[in-house]
Design a protein around this ligand. Structure first.
Ligand code: ARG
Length: 555
């Protein structure tokens, strides 16, 4: 090997030196290529400067369509922190796929149909007015939630004394209400459901606005109701489904998959979540001709989704796109965190976000949560004079940081893990957190601003002069941005990108700690460092954007 390596190196060195290679040498039977770090760094720098906001974009998708089923909260219920995961993972994947040349369709499969609405409908009939009187100023959705809780408490009470499994009078009334809706298309019931859905959507959209998530479609389960008979018929006609001993229609799944049969129609003829999901899949194929469909849904639905995909596969006879369950773990608040108890056991997503924003605001102002009005007013004055931020700007930054912290808490670790939502860690400036990364960006922006104020004009056409390993390390790291995006896409794993962003902040901070920029006297070196700083800031912005996080200029 030693001799062979030597021979190869001699031949290579006799030919013209390849671009970006400094030297080629033989060491103990290996052939070593040494990167020309100057030239390489210069190319990366130029690429970032040329592409700016586009840096990281690539064409992996050729315009092919990917449908992302995400968020999908249930109407008339609060949007839980579990839906937060689906919302932020879905949004980040959408941005990643788009930047990689796919046509992305985010479809919000709202839970707006099903027997549980029978219970709600009945509860509105029984106690709607009473709740209106009790909670005159409450958000409609909070009232609906009260009704939901109330009827389930009543049902529990009714259950005492009844044999196991027997329906209580209220449950029977709930079923009857839903039957009126589904079978008789009762206009009054329909109107109530429509109104409820609109109220819920208003609340959901407020949260989406805060988080910066958007959807191409909001096609809830109810949208597919007219297609359900056809779906069930087709399964029956093709001999893929049968009536089981409890009079339910079930689909047999291939034995080798070891899955239980999937029920698609109840004995009373009511449809199920599965029936509506199967119709949805058929419709999505017909409308969008997708290359890929991603279901961003919690791991607790994994078995069901396998059954549903398998049943659909029977129907489509293998002619299906790539359908994937992008699963994620549970999310919980640490014991004793006051947010979890404010409204009973339920954690309202909006409360978590507002709490994060308000704590971010306190950090910016440097006040404690119990501060007096005078102290707060003083803090605003201080921030105005020291950081040149007025009250509106403080609010804007608090929102960017608070929301960013919530999103990153989720996307910062691999999605299959269960996460404990620790708001202090989420907002920490020296942990793997959004504020840490955002802060690096503001440091970079501050250097660039000061350089500008000092009248320094940087020539980006000039050949850069890298004078330290920390600069070249940073450029080498920035060069890996596009391939990191590609990896995150391949694994449907935004945390791959989060981890890269965390390192970007780290590598930038190392460079920043050792390299004087504004005080550097050698103009060529100084200009190069300013360009490196701008490039790092650009990559941090681009990367945070793909995670759905904003990059403030000051903090
Ligand atoms: N609404 C459901 C829930 O909150 C999630 C829906 C997921 N998407 C789907 N196509 N099944 O559990």
């Amino acid at each position: 090997p030693v001799a062979i390596a030597q021979g190869i190196v001699e031949k290579l060195n006799a030919a013209e030196k390849p671009r970006l290679v400094n030297s080629i040498s033989a060491v103990n039977g290996f052939v070593n290529f040494e990167l020309d770090r100057q030239a390489f760094s210069a190319i990366v720098l130029k690429q970032i400067e040329n592409m700016q906001g586009e840096y990281g974009k690539q064409n992996l998708g050729n315009g092919e369509t990917v449908v992302i089923d995400c968020s999908a909260p249930n109407v008339a219920k609060y949007m839980s922190v579990g839906h937060l995961r689906s919302t932020v993972i879905g949004e980040s994947l959408a941005r990643i796929y788009k930047s990689a040349g796919y046509t992305v369709i985010r479809d919000n499969h709202l839970g707006d149909w099903g027997t549980q609405f029978g219970m709600l409908g009945r509860a509105i009939e029984l106690w709607g007015d009473e709740i209106d009187r009790e909670m005159p100023n409450a958000e409609p959705v909070r009232k609906l939630y009260q009704l939901y809780v109330k009827i389930h408490e009543e049902v529990e009470r009714e259950k005492e004394g009844l044999p196991e499994g027997e329906l209580t009078p209220l449950e029977k009334e709930g079923r009857e209400w839903f039957r009126r809706l589904e079978e008789e298309k009762d206009p009054q019931a329909q109107a109530l459901l429509t109104q409820t859905t609109e109220q819920s959507l208003q609340e959901f959209k407020r949260i989406y606005d805060l988080l910066g998530s958007e959807y191409e479609y909001y096609l809830g389960e109810s949208f597919y109701v007219p297609m359900l008979p056809n779906v069930v018929d087709t399964f029956m006609r093709r001999g893929l489904a049968h009536k089981d001993d409890q009079e339910r229609i079930t689909v047999n799944l291939p034995a080798e998959q070891g899955l239980n049969p999937l029920v698609i129609l109840k004995s009373d003829g009511a449809s199920l979540y599965s029936t509506r999901d199967l119709a949805t899949l058929a419709a999505r194929l017909g409308w969008f001709h997708p290359e890929k469909i991603l279901y961003v849904v919690g791991g607790d639905q994994s078995y069901y989704l396998q059954q549903m995909f398998s049943a659909f596969n029977e129907l489509a006879r293998g002619e299906t796109p790539d359908i994937e369950h992008v699963s994620f773990g549970m999310i919980s608040l640490p014991e004793g965190e006051k947010m979890s108890t404010r409204r009973g056991k339920v954690i309202f997503l909006e409360d978590v976000i507002s709490e994060a924003i308000s704590r971010a605001r306190q950090r910016i102002l440097g006040v404690e949560s119990g501060a007096s009005e005078a102290e707060v007013a003083q803090a605003y004055a201080r921030v105005r004079s020291e950081k040149d931020l007025d009250a509106d700007q403080v609010e804007e930054v608090a929102r960017q940081v608070g929301v960013g912290a919530v999103i990153y808490m989720d996307l910062g670790q691999s999605r299959s893990r269960n996460i404990e939502f620790d708001i202090n860690q989420a907002l920490s400036l020296d942990a793997n957190s959004a504020p840490y990364i955002q802060y690096s960006h503001t440091r970079a922006m501050s250097i660039l601003r000061k350089a500008k104020e000092a009248g320094i004009v940087v020539e980006t056409d000039a050949q850069p002069v890298f004078s330290d390993a920390s600069e070249e390390d940073l450029m080498k790291h920035l060069a890996m941005f596009p391939e990191t995006i590609a990896r995150a896409l391949k694994e449907n794993e935004p945390s791959t990108l989060s981890l890269y962003m965390y390192r970007t902040a780290d590598v930038f901070n190392k460079f920043y700690a050792v390299q004087p920029v504004l005080s550097e006297e050698d103009t060529a070196k100084q200009h190069t460092r300013l360009r490196v700083t701008a490039a790092a800031a650009q990559v941090i912005r681009n990367g945070l954007h793909l995670l759905g996080i904003e990059a403030p200029v000051v903090m």
